[in-house]
Every structure is written in C-alpha cells, then in structure tokens.
Design a protein around this ligand. Structure first.
Ligand code: WT7
Length: 662
C-alpha cells in the first residue's frame, strides 16, 4: 500500500454508530469486553460452555511449553455431535440447517438438522467401512455441494483429520497436499457447475494419483465420488467408489465417540514465504469454542430467526470456521451456494438474498469491488431489506467499498441508515476472528478492523517488540494465546516456531506477518503483509511459490514475482523472468505459455497479471532479489533507492522494457 493511500486511510473520519435497536438487543455488550479483560481464561471457559462436552476439562490453558499451547486440557467432545446431533436432541431436527442453492436455477435442496444427522452418520459409517480410523487423514476436493460439508463432519465424527483442498487448485497442488498429510481417502465429485457449465474435478484426482505414483505407493486406498453433473469419468475398479452406492446404502445410525479437546480436527494448507505450503493444524475444543463464539458475537446471531450466508468456498479457512463449524455449532440456518456470482446473471447473489431473506451476510472486499463496478442498478432490482449485519474478510476493505457495501447493498437496513459492517481480521493460523468491530457495541470506521474480540489480546509493536503509540505503525502481534490458535505446522514443529514465534521471541508474541497502524484513538488499521506473501482476491499466495512454478518450466532460468496493487483483486502477481539461452526469445506467445504453466502448477488464481522477459534481475551484492524495486515498476512508480544493487543499470533496463511492453 502506498504512503498516500495510507495517510488517506488514517484521515478517514466517517463513523457509523451501532443501530439503537440492534445495540439494545445485542448478543455482546461493552460489559463483555470488561469481563474478558478482567479474567481472560474465565471468559473463554464460559464460552466453552456453549458446546456440549462428554467430559469436562481440568485446565483451561496449559502454557507450560510455549509456543505449544493446549486448551481445555482433559476435556472430551465430538465436533460433529456439537454441530448436528445436539440440535436434533434439543427438538430442532426439523429446522433447516442448509438451504443449498445449485448454480442452475431451481436446482435447490433444503436440508434439516435431522437430515444432516442421518447423512453425516451414513458417511461416517461408510468412511469406517473404507478403513479410515481416528487420526487418519481424509482429503476433500469438492465443489460447494452439501456432501462437502457432510464429508467434513463425518471425518470429524470418526476422529479423522480432514484436509480440504480448494476445487480451483490443480492436480499438482492437490497431490502435494495429499502427500504431505498422508491422506488415505479422497472425497471428490465428478464435477460442479461454474459459470453456466459443468466443470470437471475427478480428472484432477486421477492425475494427482499418477503424480503420487499411487499404483506403487498405495497411499490413497480409496476415492469416493459424488455424482453431481453426470459427466463421464474415468474409473479405477477397487479404488473408486460412488458416493450414492457407498454412503446412501450405509446405516444412518452412528454413535459418535468423544475425542480429546486437543485431538486434531483438520489441516488447512496455506502459503508461506517459502515454496512449500504450510499445513496449519487445528484441534477440536478450543477451535470450536472460538469459531462458535465469534460467529455468534460478530454477526449478533439470533439462531431462531436469522438466515446466514457466507460466500466463501469451503476450500478456504473461512469456509471451515464460518460455513461449517461456527454456524452449525450455533444451530444456525444458512445458505450454501454452488456457483459464481454472475451466473446466470449479475444479480444472482442479490436474488439469493431476496429469495431466502438472508439477514447476516459475509463476503470479501474483492467481491464488493467487482459489484461496485457493475453499478448500483444491479442490486437495486432486488429486495435486500432482510439484511441486518454484514461482514468483510480477507484483506483490508477500502473505505469507498465499505461505504458502498453499507449504503447500497445494506441501504434498506437499519431504517434506511445502512447495514452495520463487521470488518473481521484473522488468518488461517488464527482459526477464527481475532479483531472486528461488534455490531451492537463499536462505532465502525470504514477500513479499520478496530480492536480485538473480547478475550483476544492484539497489539501493534515496533522492531523491538515495544507497543507503538497512537498515530504510529508497526507489526501486528497477538500477545497471548487464544483458543482457536494453530497448534503447529503439520510435521514441522521447527518451522512453526520459526515462522510465528521467533520474531518476538523475548516477548512471547505471535507474529502475524501483517503491518498495522494505530490511529489517534488507538484503533487498529491492518495494512497488509510485510513478508513475501501477497493477497490476491483475499487468498494468500507466496511469491516463492509462483517463482518455483515458473522455474519448473524448461524455458525459465530465473524468476522474480511481486504482488502489485490491483484495483480488482487487491494485489496481483507480476512476474519477471530470465529465459535459458536454449530457449532463445521464447517465441511470441512466451507470456501465455508461462502463464498457462503457472495455472497448471498451482491454479488459475496464481496466474500472473503480467510476465516480462528480462535480461537481469535486480540483486544486492549478496544475491538477494530486491523485489521492492520490481514492485515499483509493476505499480508504475518511479523506481526507489537502487544504491544497494550490485549492478545499478539493471533497473533502467527493466523499466524501459516495461514502458515498451505496456
Ligand atoms: C491474511 C490471512 C481470514 C480468512 C481469509 C484469509 C489478510 C484477512 C483481513 C481484514 C485486513 C485482512 C491479512 C492476513 N486479511 N482479513 N479484515 N483486514 N487484512 O485467510 O489466507 O490465512 O490470509 O489476510 O493479511 O494476514 P488467509
């Protein structure tokens, strides 16, 4: 983010006070902040009481071996029981858990909590019959269909560990994740509907198994396939099984076993500063406690009357915490939508809100910006007056997008004053929301995540780990452990300690990797990543990961990738490559060839916005690429200080090349 945007942000002085009626009936009030501040552990102990435990814990937090913290030690529970069965037992079996909306119009399905219980039980029995045991890993590679949620809950129910791989990821990315977590079972579908057409998924699984050399390693024992589109699929007898033949025929009776609070629930892969994605490990009791509490608190959830909708994909952590675990633990009714926002027309999302009277809505700034571009007329054609609270997540929300969201999408809410927005800051690693204004308490400022959730202690510190004063910037840290924190990086404790806990080791602070500022009131504004990680449409990608993909192409000798600011996606990858001599000039379509290669290696989301062939890359005398200078070029700025470059002419050549290529 440029200095100019930064100072504009900090001069943003619009304030939106909580609606009076909402505040009067709010789930969370100012007193809760005081309670939590007085005794944080007692506060979380109280929140853990939202769940049903088979055995109580003996200790709230075990901090005897930092940074390996444990929460609700000795407690036992079953996550799926908490998300499903207990609501049925409480007489809410007929309540709709999921209003599923397929992309083709009229292709919908309502699933009650009782139906969900039967389906999850069948899947749990089927998984067990396929040889999956507690502690085994199940990879889930699926579109946004109810079976994806069923598979996650069935995994949790039998104590298996799921790793959901985003359906937009390539076979290569899938194979790497399946291998890293040692999955024995893959749950997938023939395909799903996107942009009006059936798009295939199963072929990527087949390809991943070839890459894993599964025929000889035999690691993946079974593949379970949901028939969604009916398209043709290749079939391996013995390994492949249809969901409708395996799960639908299994018994709907299943007794959930209680697992330890610290039993692993899932591993979610995310990009770090090196090429290899990190498997973020989350466990059961603390995770479910904070997911449930924050979902209830930030949306002011009234489970009996609200209809909730989170537009994230279950392949990201937002889908885990705020489609599956938080809302279902709270017994909410929610919408699950399969397709793209513009299918069959640009108002599809608004039609869904109108049709289902969605009251709580959660989406990302990148989506809001794309709707803003389409103009106010598209949403104006729909009745959006059901909206009560709206959330934003994934990247800093620009003040203009915030105000548009509040007053155009949420314009009818709050007696025409606009719908309150919760700007929730968190990460795959934090598991659940860490900072957000609360709709009944906080006067929101457009673009600021404001302050810690009750019971969460965050701060902005300088290089020495000392909290900065108001009006100053620094690094965002979490100063004390929290229930839904990651427990480690799967199979790599050292990398866990290094990545998150070594930067402010002395203070024992968690280093989030984000820069932030405190404004004059002490409210926090998150500015974006300070490491070599970029945020594309709210999804994290590392520069190294894309560089590795480029270098894996036979033409490429060296590559440098930077995240350049982008009006649509927040940031976009821009790549500079040096070709091998044997590749000559690479041919006229070299940029397309390399871009397709990145798409193949990682997925469409990682495709560079621009690829420039260069002769040299700007390096320091010690050989480190100065990405800062490349970012200047990619963002069409004057190139900054080049005095530490080994060869000071390099940047002139690159900047001249940029001028001719655009
Ligand atoms: C990174 C985490 C949280 C689930 C989705 C992304 C950025 C996230 C905000 C926000 C400013 C935000 C940060 C963070 N980020 N939410 N409300 N304001 N920045 O999860 O892929 O783990 O990425 O997203 O840079 O570190 P993720």
């Amino acid at each position: 983010m440029s200095d100019e945007t930064l100072s504009n942000l900090l001069h943003e002085n619009r304030r939106f006070a909580p609606p009076i009626e909402l505040a009067a009936n709010a789930n969370v009030t100012a007193a809760d902040y005081e309670d939590a501040a007085r005794d944080r552990l007692a506060f979380w102990e109280k929140q853990a009481g939202r769940l049903t435990w088979a055995e109580p814990w003996t200790q709230v937090l075990d901090d005897s071996n930092p940074p390996f913290f444990q929460w609700f030690v000795g407690g036992k529970l079953n996550a799926a029981y908490n998300c499903v069965d207990r609501h049925v037992e409480a007489g809410k079996g007929d309540k709709v858990a999921i209003h599923w909306v397929g992309e083709p119009l009229e292709d919908t399905r309502d699933i009650t909590y009782a139906e969900l219980q039967a389906e999850v039980s069948r899947a749990a029995n089927a998984f067990t019959a396929l040889g999956v045991k507690a502690g085994d890993c199940i990879a889930i590679y699926m579109p946004m269909i109810p079976e994806a949620i069923v598979a996650m809950l069935a995994s949790a129910r039998i104590g298996a560990i799921h790793t959901v791989v985003f359906g937009g990821f390539s076979a290569e990315a899938l194979a790497a994740r399946v291998e890293d977590c040692g999955a024995k079972l893959i749950v997938t579908s023939d395909g799903g509907y996107r942009r009006g057409a059936a798009s295939a998924l199963k072929p990527a699984v087949d390809e991943a198994l070839v890459k894993l050399d599964n025929a000889t390693s035999g690691q993946v024992e079974n593949v379970l396939v949901v028939r969604r589109t009916g398209q043709d699929v290749a079939w391996s007898e013995g390994t492949d099984h249809w969901w409708h033949e395996t799960v639908d025929t299994a018994s709907s009776e299943h007794t959930p076993e209680a697992f330890d609070a610290e039993h692993p629930l899932y591993v979610m892969y995310t990009s770090g500063t090196t090429g290899k994605p990190k498997g973020i490990k989350h466990t059961t009791g603390g995770y479910l406690t904070q997911a449930a509490y924050t979902h209830w608190a930030q949306f002011d959830l009234k489970a009996d009357t609200d209809v909730y909708w989170c537009t994230a994909d279950i392949g990201w952590v937002t889908g885990h915490s705020y489609i599956v675990y938080g809302p279902l633990a709270n017994g909410a009714t929610q919408v699950l939508y399969e397709g793209t926002p513009d299918a069959p027309e640009r108002g599809r999302w608004w039609k869904i809100i109108q049709d289902y009277k969605v009251s709580l809505f959660y989406t990302a700034p990148t989506a809001i910006r794309s709707f803003m571009k389409q103009g106010d007329a598209v949403p104006a054609a729909y009745d959006l007056s059901s909206l009560r609270v709206m959330g934003s997540v994934g990247e800093p929300i620009n003040p203009e997008a915030y105000v548009w969201y509040r007053t155009v999408i949420g314009g009818a809410g709050n007696d025409g004053e606009g719908t309150p927005i919760v700007d929730t800051w968190w990460q795959t690693e934090t598991g659940a929301t860490m900072m957000t204004p609360l709709p009944g308490v906080t006067a929101g400022k457009p673009g600021s995540a404001m302050l810690g959730v009750p019971g969460i202690e965050v701060d902005v510190v300088n290089d020495e780990g000392v909290p900065v004063g108001n009006g100053q910037g620094g690094y965002l840290v979490v100063t004390s452990p929290w229930p839904s924190m990651l427990r480690t990086i799967w199979g790599d404790d050292d990398r866990y300690v290094d990545t998150y806990w070594s930067r402010f080791k002395e203070q024992g602070y968690y280093f989030a990797g984000d820069g932030a500022k405190k404004d004059e009131d002490g409210d926090i504004w998150v500015l974006g990543r300070v490491d070599d990680v970029m945020n594309v449409s709210g999804h994290r990608l590392s520069t190294t990961e894309i560089e590795s993909a480029l270098v894996s192409h036979p033409y490429v000798a060296e590559a440098a990738v930077v995240g350049a600011s982008d009006p649509d996606t927040g940031q976009a990858p821009v790549a500079y490559v040096i070709l091998k001599e044997s590749a000559g000039d690479g041919g006229a379509d070299i940029a397309k060839v390399l871009s397709d290669h990145v798409r193949q290696e990682i997925g469409p989301i990682a495709k560079p916005r621009q690829i420039m062939v260069v002769q040299e890359l700007p390096k320091t005398r010690s050989g480190k690429i100065m990405r800062r200078l490349l970012r200047d070029v990619a963002e069409n700025r004057a190139v900054g200080d080049t005095t530490t470059l080994a060869d000071s002419n390099v940047m002139e050549l690159i900047a001249a090349g940029q001028a001719t290529s655009t």
